[in-house]
Design a protein around this ligand. Structure first.
Ligand SMILES: [Zn+2]
Length: 366
């Protein structure tokens, strides 16, 4: 019996190793899609991520960029939020989760090379403050992309699924060209990337995925940046998407800070890109967890729609769950117990009352 168990474990280990071959000793496998799929069978995934606290400002700005846009299956455009505790309003996080977004972590107080307490403490706080199960908060990004082995050890020990802190500036060891970018990889056999913004040890091994921050390159193929690349956002991302579609269809990442995307022209460029992308065949916006779930169970583009549903989660555990968040209440503050704005002087003459259409405290009470 014991021998059979050992054989079963061995088979699982062997099959995992075969499925995710991108390692320091097999760099050629990094641009290959999982499951042996040909590029024309691979769904073109796009992830959108937002870092830092969820404040009325960041919530409202993301809504301006993504609000009302739909995918071909009528689902909204989901994002992954790497959230630090500082500046974060729990009711806003609940509303994001209920709308199908992924909640991930970014330390408690936004420090680089974070300690175990900073990493695990942020997940504990998010779970306690919002009622989102810890088992659904499994992703991490290091502030300032300052990452190290100690942080990855803490993530693996605490049962996280993935890290996403290591930029990939094309061309690189794992991404040989603009059309052949790397897929996410597992760190069981080491880290195949150069670790420019942090430190990696040749001997470290982790039971974790790494989702690289793929850089965006200009029209001459020179890397611009992975996060908040300057220049026209529509042109930059359309060019990147075309390179992916003509190449190996590795995922494309839109990595943002809300504060750096707030100009009206920028909002327009991003909306225009997302409308363009959703009009292309086989292009899907996914959370990082959805991307990794597909990698663990890759199906061809023709069948991926069945994997990507947008059902409302039912596993949030709290006395009070806000499914809507008003954002900036203007003359008032959001009350998480009523899920509405509490306005200054509400109900009294000369005080502020909520606008019935926006919920913001912008109407003078009569
Ligand atoms: Zn940050």
């Amino acid at each position: 019996m014991r021998r059979l168990q050992r054989l079963a474990i061995l088979l699982v280990v062997v099959s995992q190793a075969a499925a995710y071959p991108c390692t320091p000793n097999d760099l050629e496998s990094c641009p290959k899609a999982p499951g042996g799929l040909r590029p024309d069978q691979v769904p073109q995934f796009i992830t959108v991520t937002w870092d830092d606290g969820i404040s009325p400002f960041s919530y409202g700005l993301v809504d301006k960029i993504l609000g009302g846009l739909k995918q071909r299956n009528d689902c909204p455009i989901p994002s992954t939020y790497f959230i630090c505790v500082t500046d974060t309003i729990p009711a806003a996080v609940q509303a994001l989760y209920m709308a199908g977004n992924e909640i991930a972590t970014h330390t408690m107080t936004h420090v680089g090379n974070p300690s175990r307490e900073e990493i695990v403490g942020a997940r504990t706080w998010l779970a306690n403050a919002t009622g989102i199960p810890e088992s659904k908060i499994v992703g991490f990004r290091a502030p300032f992309l300052l990452h190290d082995e100690q942080g990855r050890n803490a993530l693996a020990d605490a049962g996280f699924l993935y890290d996403s802190s290591i930029p990939d500036n094309v061309p690189s060891k794992i991404s040989p060209s603009l059309e052949q970018r790397s897929w996410p990889y597992r760190m069981d056999q080491g880290i195949p990337q150069d670790c420019d913004t942090g430190s990696c040890s040749p001997s470290e091994r982790h039971n974790l995925w790494e989702v690289p921050l793929w850089s965006v390159a200009d029209e001459n193929g020179q890397p611009i940046a992975s996060m908040d690349p300057p220049g026209n956002a529509y042109d930059n991302y359309k060019r990147e998407l075309e390179r992916r579609l003509a190449g190996n269809r590795a995922p494309l990442g839109l990595f943002f800070h809300a504060g750096l995307q707030s100009e009206a022209s920028r909002v327009e460029e991003l909306r225009k890109f997302i409308e363009y992308a959703t009009s292309q065949p086989d292009v899907w916006f996914v959370t990082t967890q959805q991307l990794l779930a597909w990698m663990e169970n890759p199906v061809p583009a023709s069948r991926v729609e069945q994997q990507l549903k947008c059902e409302k989660p039912r596993d949030i555990k709290a006395n009070n769950v806000c499914e809507t968040f008003v954002g900036d209440c203007k003359f008032g503050t959001f009350d998480g117990t009523t899920c509405k704005c509490a306005c200054m002087g509400e109900g009294t003459p000369g005080g502020y009352c909520p606008d019935p259409s926006t919920g913001e405290c912008t109407v003078m009470c009569s």
